[in-house]
Design a protein around this ligand. Sequence first.
Ligand code: COA
Length: 332
Amino acid sequence: MAYAAFRSIGAYVPSKILSNEDLATMVDTSDEWITKRTGIKERHIAADDEFTSDMGVKAAELAIQRSGLDKSEIDMVVCATISPDYFCMPSTATIISTKLGLGNVTAFDISAACTGFVYILSIAKAFIESGMKKNVLIVGAEKLSSITDYTDRGTCILFGDGAGAAMICATDNKDEAIIDVHTGADGTFADLLMTPNGGSGSAHDSLDQEANSCFMQMKGNETFKVAVRTLTKDVIEILQENNIESSAIKHFVPHQANYRIIKAVGDALKLKDEQVVLTVAKYGNTSGASIPMAINDIYEQGKLKSGELMLLDAFGGGLTWGSALVPFSPSK
Ligand SMILES: CC(C)(COP(=O)(O)OP(=O)(O)OC[C@H]1O[C@@H](n2cnc3c(N)ncnc32)[C@H](O)[C@@H]1OP(=O)(O)O)[C@@H](O)C(=O)NCCC(=O)NCCS
């Protein structure tokens, strides 16, 4: 049987910074309020002519180069995004694969909001373990600034742009394998976090621009409570099912939505500060890109070593959630 190994990571962060101070000139808020309630100090914003696929390509180039693979060996590209280049086609994954010059590969997007990276990890693992694919490029890429309402202080303070990518490759060596991935969803909470307009469910007869926009809307306080509850339950379950103590986790890489959510989950697992990867202060919430961007941060800081165990944990609109136990297994 083939196993799936997490071989490499890459990320891209656009250069333009939107600070809390900048936001305080746009809506009724302050650096103090945002920092205290979220832990976010700044987020990065893509240029007008920089698309989600462009950021995904830059992250992917790094991940491919670090994997040591030739591009011709890649047989599938999956992109997690809620801010694709185009609603609804072509998929951002097909644009990324073409810009990378990959030729004939299977390519598609998935929509699982901030849990997107965990979902595409599970897809890559399943395709590899079934023997259908060997080298799967997974990309989480978001231009959330394109679906953020910068007049709504409840949401615009949270979100940023960026991309992260990883190569997931077949291996015979079970020690290198992704141990487990959990994914779940519950649509009864759909109204907590959604883009109510712009799809087949919205008012097509309306000429009102707002009704045709794809801006995110969120019930922040309720989302916060469900996030803490769901994230905590999910990581406890995946650790128990695999007989792994939280002390064995070298890097807990949670979705970077809010420092207080991450702290609550980390405390519930009795994790030490040095186990918890935090990037929320500098990137904000980049949805499907947030986990791979965080993994790339520790990789580039020299903190992620071969064989070290990561615990990924995410939560997002849908509602969706997921967690994964992933040893870092670069090519030897
Ligand atoms: C959005 C969030 C930061 C708001 O923090 P909160 O502590 O829940 O704040 P509340 O929504 O209860 O609002 C408290 C007050 O602050 C105000 N407020 C909201 N946003 C504000 C802002 N940016 N600046 C200043 N005041 C703000 C509210 O209007 C409210 O005022 P009121 O008491 O006069 O009515 C927090 O709920 C959150 O992070 N939720 C999770 C969001 C998330 O992670 N979403 C993505 C999931 S993947």
